[in-house]
Every structure is written in structure tokens, then in C-alpha cells.
Design a protein around this ligand. Sequence first.
Ligand code: SAH
Ligand code: SF4
Ligand code: F3S
Length: 464
Amino acid sequence: MDAEALATTTARKRLHVITWGCQMNVYDSGRMADVLAPLGYAPAAEPDGADMVILNTCHIRDKAAEKVFSELGRLRRMKEATGNRMILAVAGCVAQAEGAEILARAPYVDIVLGPQTYHRLPEMVARASRAGNKVIETDFPAEDKFDHLPDAAAPQGITAFLTIQEGCDKFCSFCVVPYTRGAEQSRSAATVIAEAKRLVAQGAAEISLLGQNVNAWHGLAPQDVDGGGEGTWGLGRLLRALAEIPGLKRLRYTTSHPRDVDENLIAAHRDLPSLMPFLHLPVQSGSDRILQAMNRKHTADEYRDVVRKLREARPDLALSSDFIIGHPGETEADFEATMHLVRDVTFAMAYSFKYSSRPGTPAAGAPMQVPEAEKDRRLQALQALLREQQAAFNASCVGLTMPILFTGTGRHPGQIAGRSPYLQPVHVTGPAELIGSEVQVTITAAHPNSLAGIIHTSQERRSA
Ligand code: SAH
Ligand code: SF4
Ligand code: F3S
């Protein structure tokens, strides 16, 4: 068969990827599609009738496994409807944690693969295609998957994710990530810069650098690829290099740990206009006792101090955070300390969760688990305060003129939608040609989770 004929037969295969969990999973799903593209798999919008479905899972909180089994039940029926031709794969953090259990309880699953094995997917598909073969790959391989994955191929669009670091060595008491993602590993600066340039060439105006502990990134400096040079870079230095890429308008990074905010990173916030003035900096609790029990290795005042330094460097900086309510041992006084910290720092938005016991983590077996009703009550009080702060922050934007990066059309005809520097969704009436550009917009109204505005014509002309 000649190459063209081969391409026509192979192009018929359809791949659907379902993604749950964090942005790193979103990035990984794209990379799995990239690695399967040479085998002839093209993206399918629906799982129904697809030749292969990958369920990319998250294990971070409660009921993760049950949710996977219930989705697998639905996919099983679709697989049967294809005469069992569909290859069904489970990837991500539940696959890593519960691989054997998945194959035992859902024998119609063909492939179970952990997050560090995605570069081996083509070979797994070949093995699974031989009738009746089950494939499970949940070891942490010695090789780095990024060295073996093809260059990211499918364009991500105007805003793109770029994973620069994998795994986590922090071992917070409550968290499964060090077990599901393995040890912390940073990609080299050269590979990150090359991928960022490709993303920009494909139309990305904003790149979010990803890692579970992204500000602990320390990569080989580009010169060191061929010996000699600067040794290793930290995130601050990497951001400076990325900020020089022409056409890259916005840089973000997530998720960072308060302990790893160093002077260079703070200086990057001071010096780089393209580094957005919005930082997700999870604190989890405002109580020193609980922070210690969580193994976060910093105090509430140290967090306040990091925030103060960041705000000194970048006065328009706004913050978001994550909170866990009801970690084992949390008393009413500890909870009050969290409320106190929230009032002191003030957040533009935040995520808050009830503590959920994860099998195999140190906190799961800890004494003094907090009763569910108590967690509910505290969570509601915290969320009311966070909602108030978010509303106040959104209201403070009314009257300001800020750059909005337009990414698509809005819900109403003639409307376009984009994101503010603070990631707030912003809707304006405007021409679709502005999608992909950053345009000055005057904010006219604030809603709980979004803003409305009008295009600021004079500034638009100035910047054009
Ligand atoms: N690497 C990031 C967080 C990754 S998980 C960090 O260190 O901040 C995202 C969020 O999920 C965490 O910040 C935490 O708030 C929440 N989370 C993690 N494990 C949890 C658990 N067992 N119960 C409840 N929330 C949890
Ligand atoms: Fe989990 Fe802590 Fe690592 Fe974040 S830093 S991924 S919360 S162990
Ligand atoms: Fe979930 Fe794994 Fe991300 S547990 S939050 S998908 S690292």
C-alpha cells in the first residue's frame, strides 16, 4: 500500500478523550492525542462510535473511583455497540492509584496507564489490539516521558497550557499527588522555550506554565545542553526568557507553593509586564497548627509575608487560593485563624474544599477526624466570606480600563468574550475579528463570576 492509501485507511480511526481533574490532565490529554496521531487517530467530538476512548481521571478528592466506574459503565455500552471494536483506556491519577482494581472490576477496559507512561501509548495500543490482551502500565518509568513524546502537534488555540514540571516531592499530609504522579521532575529550559515558541507560532497569545509545584521548577539552562553555561535556572529566569518570545502577550504559571516563591520570581513579577498580575497561591489553612499537621512547612505569617513582597513588587497583583476545611485536628479556633487570614490577605477568588480522606495518605489515619456536619458549617462560612471578597474585587474593576484577550464569541449575537488579566470572563459587544487580540476594554458592570465592558476605542487605536 502506498503512503497515500495508508493515510486514507488510517485516517478513519477516531479518538475521543474525556478529561477530568487539573490543567495538567488537560495538557496530558492533548499530548496523548499527539502521540496517537501518527497511528491515524484523529479527534472525535463524541465517544459514541469512536475507535478509541481514553478516560483521563483525577484522584484528588472523594468518590473519584466511583465516578470512574460509573462513567465506565456508560462507555461499556458504547463499546458493545461498536461490536467491541472500541479500545477503552483509563489514564490519569485513578489509573495510577487503582489500576489493578479497574481491570478486575471493569474487564472490558483494554488499557490502564499511569500519567508517566503516555509516551508508550502507541505500543500499548498495538498490544491491546491483539484480541483479548489487557495492558496495564502504572510503573514510574526510568525514562522521562517528555524526552520520548513527539513535539506537541495539535494547536491549542489562543490560550495554551505548557507542563514544565511533573510530580511532587512535598508530601502534604492530605494529598495523593506525590503517589499518583511520582517524583518531581523538571523539563529543561531549552525544551520549554522551544515548545512555547511552537505554541505561539500556532496562534497562542497566552501560555500558562503548569506543574503541581511549578515554582519549584529548576531546569537545565539552555547553554548547558551542550556543556558549560549558567547551570540551572529557576522559574523567575525561565519567565524572563519566555517573555522575550515575540507575539507572546501573556504568561501565567500554576500551581505554586508559598515556600518556593523566591526573590527571582518576585523580581519577575516586578519586571515583566506580560507576567499577569494574578497568582494562584494555595494556602490551605490559616492556622499554624494545621499547617504543620498538613506538612506545608510554612506558617500563616510567612504566607502573609510572601504576599506582601509580591504586592510590593507588583502593586496591581490579585490572588486566588485553595483552602481545605476540616483537616484532621482542625478546631473552631483553627478555622477562625483561616477566616482571619482570608480577611487579612483578601482574595480575588478562591477554591475551598471539605477535607476528604485519601487512602494511603498520612492524614487518612490521623486521629480527630472532623465530623461532616462541622465541615459543612465551616465551609459555608468560609465560602460566604470568599464570595463577598470576589464580589468586592469584581466591583472594584468597574470603571477601570484593562486589556482583555478575546478568545471566542459570547452567548448573545454580536458579543465577544475574553479574559481579563485576573482571568475574569469579560463580555463586550464587538466584532469577531478581535478574537485572538488583546484590546483595551472599559469595565461597565460586575457580576458574581464575570464582567461586562465596552471597547475603549481611543486606546485601541493607540495600540494598533
Ligand atoms: N499542588 C497544589 C495543589 C494540588 S491539588 C498545591 O500544593 O497547592 C488542588 C487542591 O485540591 C489543593 O490545593 C487542595 O486545596 C485540594 N485538595 C488536595 N487534596 C485534598 C483532600 N484530600 N481533600 C480536600 N481537598 C484536597
Ligand atoms: Fe499535593 Fe502538597 Fe504536592 Fe500540592 S504540594 S501536589 S498539595 S503534596
Ligand atoms: Fe487530579 Fe491528578 Fe491533577 S489527582 S488534580 S489529575 S495531578
